[in-house]
Design a binder for this molecule. Sequence first.
Ligand SMILES: Cc1cc2nc3c(=O)[nH]c(=O)nc-3n(C[C@H](O)[C@H](O)[C@H](O)COP(=O)(O)OP(=O)(O)OC[C@H]3O[C@@H](n4cnc5c(N)ncnc54)[C@H](O)[C@@H]3O)c2cc1C
Length: 473
Amino acid sequence: MRVAIVGAGFGGLCMAVHLARKGIPHVVFEKGDGVGGTWRDNTYPGAGCDIPSHLYSFSFEPWCDWSRRYPGQPEILAYLEMVAARHRVRPRFGTEVTELAHDGSGWLVVTPGGVERFDVVVTAVGQLNRPRVPEIPGAETFRGEAFHSARWGSRDLAGKRVAVVGTGSSAAQLVPSLAGTARQVDVYQRTPSWVLPKADGAFSPLTRAVFRRVPGAHRLYREWQFAYLENTVFPALVEGWSTGLIRRAGLAHLRSQVADPGLRRRLTPGYPPGCKRIVLDSRFYPALTRHDVELITDPITRIVPEGVETPAGVRQAEVIVYATGFHTTEFLLPMTVTGTCGRDLREQWRDGAEAYLGMAAPGFPNLFFLYGPNTNLGHNSIVHMLEAQVGYVMRCLHLIARRGRMEVTEAAMSAYTTALNRALAATVWNQGCRSWYKTEAGRITNNWPRSARDYRRLTRRPRPGAYNFGAGR
Ligand SMILES: Cc1cc2nc3c(=O)[nH]c(=O)nc-3n(C[C@H](O)[C@H](O)[C@H](O)COP(=O)(O)OP(=O)(O)OC[C@H]3O[C@@H](n4cnc5c(N)ncnc54)[C@H](O)[C@@H]3O)c2cc1C
């Protein structure tokens, strides 16, 4: 059996390690020039995780030496590079998969370099991989440099007049790092985020030594973090019963950090906390109160050669940073995916992507998605979800070897979607806001509505009744 993996972020690496352990031949295709995915791309100053890293790392490759609770991008990328090196994962870099096509007996994987056949394909292309830049009239006329936060590279904006568009998680991380270095930072806000303090802190050498040397200490700490997020943050976001507590905590945080009532009013969200992703940051509000940082809530009408125009006039900018998120609901695009009988996945997902357990779609045998539709979390580590998915795919490979090609049934898909939609309808994500979790039409295609623990339980082993098995692999 040969397996193709598309992508070498957390998901693709995890899959490759597990396949290698079982001696299953595989190829990892990666369009970038290194491993790490999200953590290779997001090099903007201040980039870091908002799930504690002891949890936001692989269970099979625990790391006791995280420097702090929420480390920055360089440390997370170094961890992923270490995992790839230690497990000898050697992707084909600079190789974008443009098309996947089932020819009746296997998958053809198309790249600019040619076509190769595989028995099984696992996509690990992430949900936050393709930057979304809003279409603003006049953008092409801008005289300075304009780029997306995930395309920062190694730029240094010291002494520049910078316009940051957006106030989500990336903006909240990069604005405090720019403030004081850049000459002026203008922050353009469409909708305010709920912001909660980030209980960050460095681990002392002693704590790290305990994690390394005391048997079970690291595992216990990790499990405690997991249980905390499952038992406190999850009920608030998904079940909504403690939304009031989060609202109060968010408003108290705002009051304690912003003295100006006018600025506070403009930073107060008008939707329930959690509906959009909550920003975890203790440095964002103080940065907005600086004399060289300006929050602009007038809508952007145009980009002009010398800066950004709103109804209040033009503000000069030498650089525009779009911290405007990603194309999140168009899973797998721009790849073309054609299943049996010429089924087009884009067409099948026209009204919103859906996949059985987020991993399989009818008409697409032996194709598995990691971090696929409805497997994002608002409260816990995506690495937990990815590991559950990789474990599930490994068990599917075992079934494929025994029983032949495997395809989820329409009936299983439809029953799953009905139950999923019922659960999603009751969540906070469904309560009056636009977010990256939803399509334009309002269908929630990205988030998992139950606990991460539930997901692990449901994916423990494939239910053979949910699949048709065919001749050959
Ligand atoms: C700034 C930022 C902070 C985040 N913080 C957290 C956090 O704290 N906790 C958390 O749980 N999650 C966080 N996330 C979500 C994060 O994306 C996931 O946790 C995780 O990194 C996803 O891993 P992945 O392998 O599925 O996808 P990615 O990391 O996106 O990797 C996908 C890979 O696939 C490659 N690829 C895509 N298409 C193709 C193609 N057609 N051919 C070949 N290669 C392709 C890409 O180049 C990329 O390397 C964050 C996301 C961002 C953007």
